[in-house]
Design a protein around this ligand. Structure first.
Ligand code: KG4
Ligand code: ZN
Length: 332
């Protein structure tokens, strides 16, 4: 079964063809970061407009790379939410039009389900049940994937998402948007114990996070000592990164142990973070929990993850076409 996955929920226009929910035949991502960078964040109206420009060329490229024509598709899966309303509408209307023109069924997919199931595209992919830590610019939540289509949200951030914290701290430090990768790179040369930033930790058994206090602590530090340079900048990045990776990995691993689910998947843009990956693996190993790490390309927004989620929904009997509407605040 060949599924076209289409993703336009934020600032990536992405399309991919995936075979049988496991093998990406193509994976095309056109990012708008250069457009949004000068504004220091995603501007919704600019995002919608650029999706309109990019969406058909990106779909064409995905089909061409896969060597598949539109009519050879068995399903079109499109992100229906959550995300930016105008941006989502571009993808949904495009998918609808392609479906109407070709007779290929169209299915709306949840973006977070896409992130959770992206791991299906690696060779040694986990079968449910597994825990999935979704850490991105918009979300920080831990899910129990009981089965495909059965997701239990165990907890979330109370304020900022982890990626949002990276991007806000990056702004304080004068780094380009999105700041996750630049902070990660700077942190490599820094001392993670240079500055003891606060960890907002309830009981380790409570699955929740908070990153706004950490962001405020970084702001106070910068106000007091000025924007650091050189080694001091590296030390600050490493110390901030350590605080984020510490709370995320600790609570996710503790939940896996408590629930007796020995498989933990990291996903979303922040799952590309080197320290989060290393620390999670380290802590999980001590407790016989296997951590699955998608390659960075599958962490950030892409069309292949949407195709996988669409394939699994179709297989479990979700009807294409039924309630095909955008839901900007949709939770799985
Ligand atoms: O999943 P994603 O591409 O888009 C959303 O759905 O939000 O995630 C983007 C986020 C941004 O906040 C970016 O700064 C962060 O992922 N990010 C990282 C790294 N690479 C991207 N954060 C920490 N370390 C990284 N290496
Ligand atoms: Zn995302």
């Amino acid at each position: 079964m060949r599924v076209l996955g289409l993703e336009t929920s934020c600032d990536e226009t992405a399309a991919a063809v995936v075979e049988d929910g496991r093998r990406a035949l193509s994976d095309v991502v056109s990012t708008q970061v250069d457009i949004h960078r000068r504004w220091g964040g995603v501007v919704p109206e600019l995002a919608s407009r650029n999706h309109v420009v990019q969406v058909l060329p990106v779909v064409d490229a995905a089909l061409q790379q896969a060597g598949v024509s539109l009519s050879q598709l068995d399903l079109i899966a499109v992100t229906a939410g959550p995300g930016l309303l105008g941006a989502l509408l571009v993808g949904l209307q495009t998918a609808r039009a392609l479906g109407a023109a070709t007779g290929v069924p169209v299915l709306g997919v949840n973006h977070l389900e896409g992130h959770l199931l992206a791991i299906r595209l690696i060779e040694e992919a986990p079968e449910p049940p597994f825990l999935g830590l979704v850490v991105s610019g918009g979300h920080t939540s831990l899910y129990l994937v009981e089965a495909f289509g059965r997701y239990r949200r165990l907890g979330s951030t109370r304020d900022d998402a982890a990626g949002e914290a990276y991007d806000k701290v990056g702004r304080l430090l004068g780094l380009p948007y999105p700041a996750g990768a630049p902070i990660d790179a700077l942190a490599q040369g820094g001392n993670p114990r240079a500055i003891r930033f606060p960890r907002a930790m309830n009981a380790p058994d409570v699955v929740d996070w908070s990153f706004s206090g950490l962001k405020t602590a970084v702001r106070s530090h910068v106000q007091r000592y000025g924007v650091p340079e050189g080694q001091a900048l590296a030390d600050l990045c490493a110390s901030f990164q350590e605080a984020v990776a510490d709370t995320l990995s600790q609570k996710a691993v503790a939940a896996a142990r408590r629930l007796g689910v020995p498989q933990l998947v990291l996903c979303g843009g922040v799952a590309a973070n080197s320290r989060l990956r290393a620390l999670t693996v380290e802590r999980a190993q001590e407790r016989d929990i296997h951590v699955f790490l998608p390659p960075p390309r599958l962490c950030t927004d892409n069309g292949a993850m949407v195709a996988v989620a669409g394939y699994e929904a179709y297989r479990r009997g979700v009807q294409p076409g039924a309630d095909l509407a955008v839901d900007a605040a949709w939770r799985p």
